[in-house]
Design a protein around this ligand. Structure first.
Ligand code: PMP
Length: 371
C-alpha cells in the first residue's frame, strides 16, 4: 500500500514535544540537576544493577522502590505508584480522569505537557490564565470548579509552577480540595527546592494526588522515575490505565540506590537554592533584565530582545530555554541553576549582551571563555 489512513483526528495540529536540546557547553535549559550522581553512589548502583535479571520482566509495580518511598512518606505501599518519569503519570492522569465530556482545568502559563495530554485524550480544556505576577486567579478557579455545568473532572497545579517559579499557597490548595471532588494533582516535581509539600494534607483529601520525580533533586533525569502519592482507591484507577512494565528493572535498581542515599543529595540541593539567589541578584543588576521570583531550580527572567539574547548566550555555549514567544511569557528566557561556574559564565555572557548590544551581536567577540 502506498498510503495510510489518517491518524486519530485529535492528532491534527499537535506538534510533538520538543525539549529544544542543542549541543552546548552548559546545559541550562531543562531544569536538570547540573551535577551527576557521585562516584560512591555509582559504585553501589553498579552492584545493584549487576544483580538484575535482564531476561525477566521487571516487577510491574516496582514494589521494593514503592516500599522505600512509602516508608519515607509515612504511608503504606498502596498509597504509592511509580511511573516512567513524572511524564508517564501525567499522561495516565489524563487517561484515567479525562476523556470526551470531562473537562481539564488548566492554569496557563504552566507545564505544557498538561494541555498536550488533555488534547491527546480528547479532553476539553478550560483555561483560566494566571494574573499579574503569574499568581493563580483563585476566585475564578474556585468559581469554575463549583459550577457543575463546567464538568471539570481534574486539574493539575504545579507547585512550584514551571516555568514561572513560585509555589502555590497551601491555603489556596486546601480551599481547592474542599471546593470540589474533581481530582486535584499537585505537581511537586521541584518541591525539594521549595521545601513545601501537600503531604500533610493527603489523608484528609481523597481527591489529592501528589506528583514527584527523581529527575531534578536526585540527578536522575536520564533514568525516568517518577511517582505519585494518593489514596489507594485513586491509585487503583491509575493501575487500570498504566503500561504494566513501563518502569524497567534497571531503572528500578538505580532509583532504589539513589533513594536510599537521598541524604547525600542534600548539600547539592542547598547549593542550588543558594545559587538561585545569587543568579537572581546578579540578574537584577543588569539593565532591563527583570528576574521573576523562584522557589525552584531555575529563574525566569524578562530581557529586552529576548530571542537575540537567547542566540547570544547560545553562541557563548550556554543553552537556556526560550519562552519569548510563548503565550503569557513574552520576552522571557528561563535559566536553570547550574554549577557556580556555569552560573558565572551565564551572567558574564548576559552582561555582555545587555551592556554592549550595539557592538556585541555575537558572542565570538572575546566571550568564548564564558563557554
Ligand atoms: N512536572 C513538571 C512541572 C516538570 O517540569 C517536569 C519535567 N520537565 C515533570 C513534571 C516531569 O518530569 P519527569 O518526567 O522527568 O519526571
Amino acid at each position: 500500500m502506498d498510503r495510510v489512513i489518517a491518524a486519530a483526528p485529535q492528532l491534527a495540529g499537535i506538534v510533538p514535544y520538543d525539549p529544544k536540546y542543542l549541543p552546548a557547553h552548559a546545559y541550562l535549559s531543562a531544569n536538570e540537576n547540573p551535577r551527576d550522581v557521585d562516584d560512591a553512589i555509582r559504585v553501589q548502583i553498579e552492584e545493584e544493577v549487576r544483580a538484575v535479571a535482564l531476561n525477566r520482566y521487571p516487577d510491574p509495580l516496582a514494589n521494593d522502590l514503592r516500599d522505600l518511598i512509602a516508608q519515607a512518606n509515612g504511608l503504606d505501599r498502596d498509597w504509592v505508584l511509580v511511573g516512567n518519569g513524572g511524564d508517564e503519570l501525567l499522561f495516565d492522569t489524563a487517561l484515567a480522569w479525562g476523556g470526551p465530556g470531562r473537562t481539564f482545568l488548566n492554569m496557563p502559563p504552566t507545564f505544557s505537557v498538561y494541555a498536550a495530554n488533555a488534547r491527546l485524550t480528547n479532553t476539553p480544556i478550560m483555561d483560566i490564565p494566571r494574573i499579574d505576577g503569574f499568581a493563580i486567579d483563585e476566585l475564578r478557579v474556585l468559581q469554575a470548579l463549583a459550577d457543575p455545568d463546567n464538568g471539570i473532572t481534574f486539574t493539575i497545579v504545579a507547585s512550584p509552577n514551571n516555568p514561572t517559579g513560585l509555589m502555590v499557597p497551601t491555603e489556596f490548595l486546601e480551599r481547592l480540595l474542599d471546593a470540589t471532588d474533581a481530582l486535584v494533582m499537585v505537581d511537586e516535581a521541584y518541591f525539594e527546592f521549595s521545601r513545601q509539600t501537600m503531604r500533610p494534607q493527603l489523608e484528609r483529601h481523597k481527591n489529592l494526588v501528589i506528583l514527584r520525580t527523581f529527575s531534578k533533586a536526585f540527578s536522575l533525569a536520564g533514568v525516568r522515575i517518577g511517582y505519585i502519592l494518593a489514596h489507594p482507591d485513586v491509585i487503583r484507577e491509575y493501575l487500570k490505565v498504566r503500561q504494566p512494565y513501563s518502569v524497567d528493572a534497571v531503572s528500578q535498581a538505580i532509583a532504589r540506590v539513589v533513594f536510599r542515599n537521598r541524604s547525600a543529595f542534600e548539600p547539592r540541593i542547598q547549593e542550588i537554592i543558594s545559587e538561585r539567589g545569587r543568579l537572581a541578584d546578579a540578574l537584577r543588576t543588569l539593565p532591563g533584565v527583570v528576574p521573576h521570583p523562584s522557589e525552584s531550580n531555575w529563574v525566569l527572567f524578562a530581557v529586552p530582545d529576548a530571542p537575540d539574547a537567547w542566540q547570544f548566550l547560545y553562541d557563548c555555549g550556554i543553552l537556556v530555554r526560550d519562552f519569548s514567544t510563548a503565550p503569557g511569557l513574552e520576552g522571557t528566557l528561563r535559566v536553570t541553576v547550574g554549577t557556580p561556574e556555569q552560573n558565572d559564565a551565564f551572567i558574564a555572557a548576559l552582561r555582555d549582551f545587555v551592556l554592549k548590544p550595539a557592538v556585541a551581536t555575537s558572542c565570538t567577540e572575546g566571550s568564548e571563555s564564558h563557554a
